[in-house]
Design a protein around this ligand. Structure first.
Ligand code: BTN
Length: 309
């Protein structure tokens, strides 16, 4: 973003009154026509700048996701207004060798993907992003990263928004059994080690889940007002980097268990091949669910959908 646009945005952000083109042209040292052109360019990026006879004013709380809105991370964040899926863009970047903590966000996704080959509806107002990680982990432990991401969200939502989130195996965020967020991970390996693992998060923030998404809920519905996706993402990334650099995901499973709403409950697990019913007894060090079957045998489930009874 050009320096002038950045300054223009800052001036508008700090004014409650509309500011005339003349006033802005004086402060920015450019012509009124140039001010007007920059205003138009910002409007085209979804900044809600109202124009009236009294001048220009930034209206409702704006929540634009653009790289320059993440100071210190500008080169790592790739923001799209619309994309097929942030997973695809992140995978390309990861294959090309992008640094760890590269992030792809989108305001809307045309082909958002969910777990188990489902699609993920991605209406405007939600937070949709994928983060690229390059942990020094054997492939069998790659899912620790997703468990850690769930823990970070649960802590952040409780501490900053007063929302008590439970984690459903393997990585859904639930509030009173309604889904606030889902996560999807994809990885590529080199030998038996992780080359990259990409974690995609879809969080219902200001989008109202549609009737098709029964049992879903948004942060706006839970807290009674719109919430800044920008702030949520910034806080998440700060905390996630800290967690990763501090513990290298070592304690992720134990941390996850402390927020789990799956353990010790009767569940049905739908895998690609079978439906299994039992009691969710534990999660092992790789993130696999230990299911106690009705005959008392224990079965290790590495992948599947979990339904709480
Ligand atoms: C699930 O609960 O099934 C996982 C949903 C993951 C959705 C996110 S939105 C951002 C990223 N891009 C995608 O296409 N999917 C993930």
């Amino acid at each position: 973003m050009s320096a002038i646009k950045q300054r223009l945005l800052n001036i508008l952000r700090h004014s409650r009154q509309p500011l005339s083109g003349e006033h802005l042209s004086d402060r920015l040292g450019v012509s009124r026509v140039t001010v007007w052109k920059h205003v138009q360019a910002l409007q085209a990026l979804d900044y809600p700048i109202a124009t009236s006879r009294r001048g220009y004013r930034l209206t409702a709380k704006e929540d634009v996701l653009q790289a320059w809105e993440f100071p210190g991370r500008e080169t790592l964040i790739h923001c799209y207004r619309e994309i097929d899926s942030t997973m695809n863009a992140a995978r390309e970047l990861a294959r090309e060798g992008c640094p760890e903590f590269t992030v792809v966000t989108a305001d809307r996704q045309q082909q958002g993907r969910g777990r188990m080959n489902r699609s993920w509806l991605s209406a405007a107002g939600g937070l949709y992003f994928t983060i690229v990680l390059r942990p020094a982990l054997p492939a069998a432990l790659a899912s620790l990263t997703t468990f850690a991401a769930g823990v970070i969200w649960a802590r952040l939502l409780a501490e900053a928004y007063g929302v008590k989130v439970g984690l459903k195996w393997p990585n859904d965020l639930l509030v009173d059994e309604r889904k606030l967020s889902g996560m999807l991970s994809e990885m590529e390996t080199r030998g038996d080690m992780v080359r990259f693992v990409n974690i995609g998060t879809g969080l219902n923030v200001n989008n109202d889940p549609t009737p098709e998404e029964t049992r879903a809920v948004s942060l706006q519905q839970l807290t009674g007002r719109p919430r800044s996706r920008r702030r949520l993402l910034t806080h998440f990334l700060d905390r996630f980097e800290e967690y990763r650099n501090g513990s290298d995901f070592e304690g992720a499973i134990d941390d996850w268990k402390s927020f789990s709403v799956t353990l010790d409950r009767p569940v049905t697990i739908q895998t690609i091949h079978a439906t299994l019913a039992g009691v969710a007894r534990d999660v092992d060090e790789t993130g696999a669910l230990i299911l106690e079957l009705p005959d008392g045998r224990r079965r290790r489930v590495v992948h599947g959908d979990c339904f709480h009874e």
